[in-house]
Design a protein. Sequence first.
Length: 429
Amino acid sequence: MARRKRYAMVGIGGRARLYYGAIVSTFKDTCELVGFCDINRVRMDYANKVLQEEYGAKPVNTYTPDQFDDMIRNEKPDVVIVTSIDRTHHIYIIRAMELGCDVITEKPMTIDEVKCQAILDAVKKTGRNLRVTFNYRYAPHNTKIKELIMNGTIGDVLSVHFEWLLDIHHGADYFRRWHRDKRNSGGLLVHKATHHFDLVNFWLNTQPKTVFSMGDLMFYGRENAEKRGIYKFYYRAYGSELAKDDPFAIHLDKNPQLKAMYLDAEKEDGYLRDQSVFGDGISIEDTMAVMVRYKNNAIMTYSLNAYMPWEGFRVAFNGNKGRIQATVVERTYINAGGDVTEEGAVRKKSITVFPMFGAPYNVPIEESEGGHGGADPIMLNDLFGIPAEDPFKRAASHIDGAMSILTGIAANKSIRTGMPVDIDDLVKF
């Protein structure tokens, strides 16, 4: 029997469970979980409890960030999985590769061009492999769009119109937690839209060239609430009388998983998971518009709004032989607030082709179980199992990770300067 591949994880928050749960269950015959690293020991203890009680697996050794090198030396992982706060991704990616490990990182790969360059340089220097987990590529409806474009259904794609809607549950959640500080997340144009920009790169088989953007905080935040006539505010929901009647509040004490991971863990690091979305100190945008020119000369108009009444996206591709329109409505969810299979689960989806000369028709879409519209199980098998031959080349490399975040990084720079930004001016490959 071949030796099982060894995995260590850094950042044991809400997203981590998708990976450690898969390693110790579906892929336990070929994979072995050997260590956790996190700033918060209570959260690591909770993850170990989940391993034992829900998966029947053994607990793993735990390490704090200052012991990261010790974890690599002691546990000898083949691969390090990075699911920490976005602004720290580059630290662990680079150090893991320097210590001889391959890396799997959550999106976004990092949050700015300086850190991106450092990662690219480290990959080149160490020769290690870096994968970025763009699960949306694996969703059957997104793969079907790729297939249609690959097969020339509408000829060459000349322009794309793409709008993503985050609703008042999921969208608001980015304004309660660490993402609300742009220094941590790069804002939603990096943290969230990296998925969307990667999809366009993937669908069109191209890379961004020039980016122009506008964006602002127009709904969340105290100042915007005051403009709407709201004058009673609270800092966090837990223990607040005002929060009891606020539909935007999240109540950690009423959700066992959120309570164990965050409320009970506050004493370790002071992190508050339930801040008011109408408080001060929010530095990310909630209303964004972006224009992108790609290297294949296609043009995209993109919008992202984080306070919508429904969750999902609409995208249209205009080609020289017709048009493709797709609509996907997703179920709302709160990160780490329930079953991971509910994250990004699809309620409704449709793809329609409009030939230039011919009747429009709807395209059948495969149904698939699992989170993010059935994408997560396929991606997890690609990471930890035996990947099937993939004509769509959905596995994302560090170059893919860079090209997705660079669209958002350029958009952030454009918002600051009011000028278009060339991708080639940000990093050197």
